[in-house]
Write a protein that binds this ligand. Structure first.
Ligand SMILES: [Zn+2]
Length: 278
């Protein structure tokens, strides 16, 4: 079995592949093909959910990452223990279908992603990154110490404080931890918490400025396979952002139309950024 060639980074939503393996997964089966347009959920950073769609016309119920060891033993999703991309394993996309719908090994299959849902997830993912970078820019003066910086030179609040990111069609929720370690790094968490509504207004304005500038977005890839490194690059007037990212995206911010952000503070040490498209 070979590492799966993935076409989703280029925005592809349909294609064909040859079945290389069919593996029982509970009451369903996992179907592994040599290549696929399907985006699987990443078990180590499950920000963008799995694509849905069809495989030879039958529903793809879920789409997961799989890894096989040197003996050919396959582990799937949360059961994977090696770190992402470990070279001693073969990394594959696992399409989950009902057992009764299982294709034969060696059979060519038609793969169709639900394109409308994919587009809404791509918008959510791009908006998520843009919202985070706008937040970096808006809170840049709340740092008292020198810390890692983002692509255009602002202190990288997002990278330092982000603990979880979750997307649904046209919306993303980013969870930031405002704990002791962030204060030790020199961030004024108290001022931030007191000004969340004003921050949201400024973040919205920054995002709108980048949309008005029609900043372009591209995915740079280091190879065609699932675990090859990929980067989200956004060309804003101030410079270029480049973030390691395994998801799918729009090609220009104009495709987002409008983006609004609000911040929730469920407890003293947590702020959740809710970014909505449209
Ligand atoms: Zn991403």
């Amino acid at each position: 079995m070979s590492a799966t060639v993935v076409d989703f980074p280029a925005g592809v939503v349909s294609g064909s592949g040859t079945v290389e393996r069919v593996e029982p997964l509970g009451e369903a089966v996992g179907v592994i093909t040599d290549r696929t347009p399907f985006h699987p959920v990443d078990p180590s950073w499950p920000d963008q959910p799995a694509d849905t769609g069809t495989l030879n016309g039958v529903p793809v119920l879920d789409c997961l990452v799989g890894a096989t060891d040197a003996d050919g033993v396959l582990s799937v999703g949360d059961a994977i223990t090696p770190r992402r991309g470990d070279p001693d394993h073969t990394w594959v996309v696992v399409h989950v279908v009902a057992a009764a719908d299982a294709p034969e090994v060696g059979q060519p299959v038609d793969l169709q992603v639900d394109a409308e849902r994919r587009a809404a997830l791509s918008r959510a993912h791009t908006a998520c990154h843009v919202s985070a970078l706008a937040l970096n820019a808006v809170v840049k003066d709340l740092w008292r110490k020198d810390v890692a910086r983002d692509g255009i030179g602002n202190p990288d609040f997002d990278k330092i404080a982000l603990t979880e990111s979750r997307m649904v069609p046209d919306q993303a929720r980013d969870t930031y931890r405002l704990g002791k370690s962030l204060r030790k790094k020199g961030f004024d968490t108290a001022s931030f918490r007191e000004s969340l509504d004003a921050v949201a207004t400024q973040v919205d304005a920054q995002i709108q400025a980048w949309i008005d500038a029609d900043a372009s977005v591209e995915i740079q890839t280091e190879g065609p396979h699932l675990t090859d490194m990929r980067y989200w690059c956004c060309h804003v007037p101030e410079g270029e952002y480049r973030i390691a990212c395994g998801g799918t995206h729009v090609t220009a911010l104009r495709e987002l139309g409008a983006v609004t952000v609000r911040y929730e503070a469920p407890d003293d040490a947590t702020v959740v950024a809710v970014t909505s498209v449209g």
